[in-house]
Design a protein around this ligand. Structure first.
Ligand code: FES
Ligand code: FES
Length: 157
């Protein structure tokens, strides 16, 4: 079993790059991404696992980075919103005007990208089920669903 005390330098793989960061055992992945690596597209919302604003991909699966220690990410492939530039789903969000506020949008794009990787042709029920991990109280999710369907029809994910 590994034991960590005080600050430790760990290696992470983020958006296809190997980086080293100095972390304490209790540092969550969310704050390490933002404060040490400058990847501020991952947002701090509830810090409680509820809102999805902090969603990143870990080995291709959406994970709430406020619920994960940075140490736990060693050996895994991390993708943040900065790593999804010019992906079909990002372009579909623009095309369908599915972008909402800067807080919820990155998390929604992350979860929709992962959805398309794991379900290339999702039905309504699958889309709705995946979107339950992210919250926006301001508007409907219709444009987001339209963006997912547009990415399905227009581009191979
Ligand atoms: S900040 Fe992580 S789920 Fe809200
Ligand atoms: S929380 Fe972002 S638009 Fe509602």
């Amino acid at each position: 079993m590994l034991h960590f005390h005080g600050e430790n330098v760990i290696d992470l793989r983020v958006n296809g790059r190997d980086v080293s960061v100095k972390v304490r055992p209790a540092d969550i992945l969310l704050t390490v991404l933002r404060r040490q690596l400058g990847l501020t597209g991952t947002k701090i919302g509830c810090e409680n696992g509820d809102c999805g604003a902090c969603t990143i991909l870990l080995d291709g699966w959406p994970v709430k980075s406020c619920l994960m220690l940075a140490l736990e990410a060693v050996g895994h492939e991390i993708t943040t919103i900065e790593g999804l530039e010019n992906t079909p789903i990002q372009n579909a969000f623009v095309e369908k005007e599915a972008f909402q506020c800067g807080y919820c949008t990155p998390g929604f794009i992350m979860v929709c990208h992962a959805l398309l990787q794991h379900h290339p042709n999702p039905g309504d029920g699958t889309i709705e089920s995946w979107l339950q991990s992210n919250l926006c109280r301001c508007t409907s999710y219709q444009e987001i669903k339209d963006a997912v369907l547009s990415a399905v029809n227009g581009n191979a994910p």
